[in-house]
Design a binder for this molecule. Sequence first.
Ligand SMILES: O=C(O)CCC(=O)C(=O)O
Length: 256
Amino acid sequence: MKLTKNQINEVNENGYIVLPYWFSDIEVKNIRKEMKKIFNDKTEADIIEKSSGEVRTAMGLHLRSKIFDNLTRHPKFFEPARQIRGDNLYIQQTKINVKAAFTGEVWQWHYDFATHSGEDGSAKPLALNLHVFLDDVNEFNGPLFFIPKSHKYGTVKSKLDTKTTSYPLWTVDQETVSSLVKENGIVSAHGKAGTSLIFVDNLVHGSAQNMSPMDRSIFSVILNPCDNAQTKFSRPDYKHGQDFKPIKSSSINSLL
Ligand SMILES: O=C(O)CCC(=O)C(=O)O
């Protein structure tokens, strides 16, 4: 549940880490069962893809379900986050990004802090994005791409794109991506269902369309230090949680 010193160094150095077999098969099975249930909700917290009409992102999950609240505060997420950012963390966002077989759309190159500063007024790029794969993620079904070390360049130029995506995103232009990739390369994050991923707020990342016959669902929680909370309130609480009290861990057995 805890990261080693080397793993913490890896996050600081590369901006991300992949943690294979972090959640067990039975935990993933129980999360997936709940995912199927909440996908029957009819709510504005579900973002629909422009082209396919499929759910792209189901948001505010810790507000919608006890199981997702437990997952959000689970020690397998909370302990590594505390090791990296300290004890006082609040839930900024929870979601499942679906990326359905054949139809799942692209996420353009971006970094999350552009939204967190531009739209929410968070002061520093300290939020952590923690994922667990709910399907096996491979090279074909739309894995995340990262530019390692791109967080070290600070806040690179970005622009709000509301046209080419189904979800408004502060995107990084091709020239900037080309130059970052020339210096640092690109990696993609693969693994079996249950694999976790942690990445920092100004790491440049994106993902391609899923043209494979395999679904690709990923749960994501963003935890932010309480003293770095949002100062602008233009987005609803399912996009940026407004309970800034430090969270407590759920039980280690809460997903069994
Ligand atoms: O689900 C994806 O492919 C992209 C997710 C992402 O960019 C994010 O969580 O910030």
